[in-house]
Design a protein. Structure first.
Length: 340
């Protein structure tokens, strides 16, 4: 059977263009792949077009709009997920118009489909007291407890994305001063992140206890499960949720978040740095953001930083000893009666 132009273009896009020219991460490629899996399911079930007969000419801007509506209504995806799917489609059609300039007009119509406005939710994070209580939960008399504490402390101190922590190898940890870890971020971009002395001590003890300082262990995953494979996202999430539950039970009066996902620990680090007055450019570099506008999102969300900035800039223009006006008794009585 002859391949369609859509099949050829999508195959080259996912297997050659994204990893070879764009150098995007494996997770990004998987996310884009999932978008087109859902698009194929939509065309098959809703439009009665089998994947083997789907061509670029059959995918009009109206089709993409209907697909996005189907995601929201039938699959009940969030606006964020809907926008992620559309971003993947936009990326694909930027590639398509270069490969197939004869359908450039239709490509441009698809590229003009806007992202849907969404409500910007406040950033959830742990205050410093709650973070301290969380770190007190692991049983440091057990090997597993010491490992869990090291994972949580390094995740916070480095501000790492969860995948960056999972991918961390033994050889990417430097314990001699200045202690650093080498994180590999999105697009394979690497950055050195400094870690404080207590984190370095925890890491050193962990490496010694697990015999990871031996020769030949440089490429071994820093944190691994019972099968000696790198931890997974659900594995790290389980550890965080476990100790969050324990901290809540012991300290019911504290304002802990409902859930604790790995990315919330990254948010917590960014917020604490802002509260400490660290320059936002340094925070951007630590977190590995490409654009400082991403980092500014934390500054907009941090009410404590805003309050301190306003207080420091406040100029007192109103005297405090303003006399109480109570001369017109009739007017005062009328106002009191009116408001009843």
């Amino acid at each position: 059977m002859k391949q369609t132009d859509f099949a050829k273009t999508l195959t080259r896009y996912l297997s050659q263009y994204l990893p070879g020219q764009r150098n995007v991460s494996t997770n990004t490629i998987k996310s884009y792949r999932d978008t087109f899996k859902q698009l194929l399911i939509f065309c098959n079930t809703e439009l009665n077009i089998s994947p083997e007969f789907l061509t670029l000419n059959k995918l009009k801007s109206e089709t993409i709009l209907t697909f996005l509506l189907w995601l929201e209504k039938s699959k009940r995806v969030s606006i964020n997920t809907r926008n992620q799917r559309l971003a993947a489609i936009h990326s694909f059609y930027r590639y398509v118009q270069l490969e197939n300039p004869e359908i450039m007009f239709e490509c441009q119509k698809i590229l003009c489909i806007p992202l849907k406005k969404r409500e910007i939710k406040p950033i959830d994070y742990l205050d410093q007291e709650c973070l301290k209580l969380l770190f007190e939960q692991p049983n440091t008399n057990s090997k597993k407890g010491r490992r869990d504490l090291t994972i949580m402390v390094l995740l916070y101190d480095s501000g790492a994305r969860i995948q960056e922590l999972i991918d961390l190898k033994v050889g990417e940890v430097r314990l001699s001063k200045p202690a650093t870890v080498l994180l590999t971020g999105k697009g394979g971009k690497k950055r050195y992140v400094p870690i404080i002395g207590k984190t370095s001590d925890l890491l050193e003890n962990y490496l010694k206890e697990n015999h990871l300082l031996d020769n030949g262990k440089q490429d071994h995953p820093l944190f691994y499960n019972s099968a000696r494979l790198s931890f997974t996202r659900p594995g790290i999430t389980y550890i965080l949720e476990k100790y969050l539950k324990e901290a809540k039970e012991l300290n019911p009066e504290k304002q802990f978040p409902g859930k604790l996902k790995p990315h919330m620990v990254r948010h917590t680090k960014a917020m604490h740095l802002l509260e400490a007055g660290v320059n936002i450019i340094y925070i951007r570099d630590l977190l590995g953001h490409v654009n400082v506008s991403t980092t500014e999102h934390y500054a907009r969300a941090n009410s404590e930083v805003k309050r301190k900035a306003l207080e420091s800039a406040y100029v007192e223009v109103v005297k405090q000893d303003i006399p109480v006006w109570d001369e017109d008794k009739d007017l005062l009585n009328w106002l009191q009666e009116f408001c009843r």
